[in-house]
Ligand binder design. Structure first.
Ligand code: HEM
Length: 407
């Protein structure tokens, strides 16, 4: 029964809608899954406990999965990011970035984005007017976070759209199983991105600005961040910031399209947008799984785990746990219950969470106010990923004669 459920999770249907399968898993104690090579943690309370107290995957972990990992530049880069690798260096690596992400900086960064969102919504409307429909993933969901990350990192904006295939290739590194072609594609993307980032870093060294790139270059020159850590930091923020936020926007739009009464409610009370975003993040988490390793023998979900046990924390399942959310499969902004675990937790809590939420507030508010008749045009195409879950294509349409002007 359990093994059948685990197998189903790896089918097209299971990847498309894993939630009924998570329901079945939550009825059992934590179970080992071959595909993730880890014990699946699926209940809210167990996930919350594991997120805050346990360690992150280290080099021993990656060696078990990819024995020749050191000959793969993409994996080497992953292991130099703040999320992975040597746990001792996490506070230093994270501190370097979190010092830059002040509330004031995020607020002014997002304020500058309002006009960009209007332009992207204009593009969406123009596409619908010309073709009767538009793919919101292409026109908006990826472009806004990528422009935003470009500005943050100090990358030329016109170059960033062409980098999407690299984000997609590198995002595969987080999937439970990695084929040789996927690994080769990730390596190739990393090589190309590194060449590109090195040029940006060199430009910022000569002409510093008020961007994250200039900040990181200064920190590197002061000796706090090695050269390899610097380029890995670029790649990690670029991929985490673009892929997760674009899936958040796409998954959120899909939830709204399937709930016209919620859309009507949000139009009547725009102040509900924050609660609606919390619910979007809960209902279909953009990052379904994160990883932990037990640092000492411990008990979790009634099961005794040895030190060094590899855990896959299924955030998407925690967010649908009926033990903490009433009727968890319904999309109900403003519902009661604990905060969803979509941004993780503990000392690894997502560093871009505030920025992603601010960006979401801007985009959902503008979509709701400017496109009163937004609706699905055709069946969307899902990316069928187990970790960075989202849509490849999400075709929408609207009555363009009712479109409101930007502000
Ligand atoms: C809605 C959008 C986003 C979602 C759902 C999301 C989700 C997550 C999750 C689940 C984690 C892992 C936390 C853990 O294991 O405890 C994480 C970590 C991280 N995220 Fe995000 N993220 C989003 C947006 C962003 C953005 C915009 C950035 C950068 C600007 C970013 C940068 C990072 C970084 C650097 C980490 C590693 C933090 C650490 O290891 O200390 N994320 N994110």
């Amino acid at each position: 029964m359990i093994s059948e459920t685990l197998q189903l999770l790896d089918t097209e249907e299971g990847r498309h809608n894993p939630y009924p399968l998570y329901d079945r898993l939550r009825e059992h104690p934590p179970v080992y899954d071959e595909r993730h090579q880890a014990i699946l943690i699926v209940r809210y309370a167990d996930c919350a406990q594991a997120l805050s107290g346990f360690g992150r995957p280290d080099e021993a972990w990656v060696k078990r999965r990819i024995p020749d990992w050191e000959s793969h530049p993409a994996v080497v880069c992953l292991m130099r990011t703040m999320q992975f690798g040597d746990p001792e260096s996490h506070p230093r690596r994270r501190g370097v970035v979190s010092r830059f992400f002040t509330k004031r900086r995020i607020t002014s960064h997002i304020a500058a984005e309002s006009a960009t969102v209007d332009t992207l919504v204009d593009d969406l409307v123009a596409e619908i007017a010309a073709h009767g429909e538009a793919d919101i993933q292409n026109v908006l969901s990826y472009r806004l976070p990528s422009i935003s990350i470009a500005r943050l990192l100090g990358l030329p904006e016109h170059e960033i759209a062409g980098l999407r295939p690299h984000s997609l290739a590198l995002a595969n590194l987080l999937e439970p199983q990695l084929s040789q072609p996927d690994l080769a594609a990730a390596d190739q993307s990393l090589r190309e991105l590194e060449v590109y980032f090195e040029q940006v870093i060199e430009a910022r060294r000569r002409h510093p600005g008020d961007d994250l790139a200039s900040h990181l270059v200064q920190v590197h020159e002061a000796g706090t961040l090695s050269w390899h850590e610097l380029t890995s930091m670029f790649a990690s923020i670029f991929v985490a910031g673009t892929m997760n936020t674009s899936n958040f926007i796409g998954n959120g739009v899909a939830a709204l399209l399937s709930s016209p009464p919620v859309v009507a409610q949000l139009r009547a009370q725009p102040s509900l947008i924050q609660a609606a975003m919390t619910e979007m993040l809960r209902y279909d988490a953009p990052m379904q799984v994160t990883r932990r390793i037990t640092v000492a023998a411990t008990e979790l979900g009634g099961t005794r785990l040895p030190a060094g046990a590899e855990l896959a924390i299924v955030l998407g399942s925690a967010n649908r746990d009926p033990a903490v959310y009433t009727e968890p499969d319904r999309f109900v902004p403003g519902r009661s219950g604990p905060p969803p675990l979509s941004f993780g937790g503990g000392s690894y809590f997502c560093i871009g969470a505030a920025m992603a939420r601010e960006e979401g507030a801007l985009i959902f508010s503008k979509l709701l106010s400017r496109l009163p008749e937004l609706r699905a045009a055709r069946t969307p195409t899902h990316n069928l990923r187990s970790v960075l879950r989202g849509y490849l294509h999400l075709p929408v349409t609207a009555d363009v004669s009712l479109v409101g002007a930007g502000t």
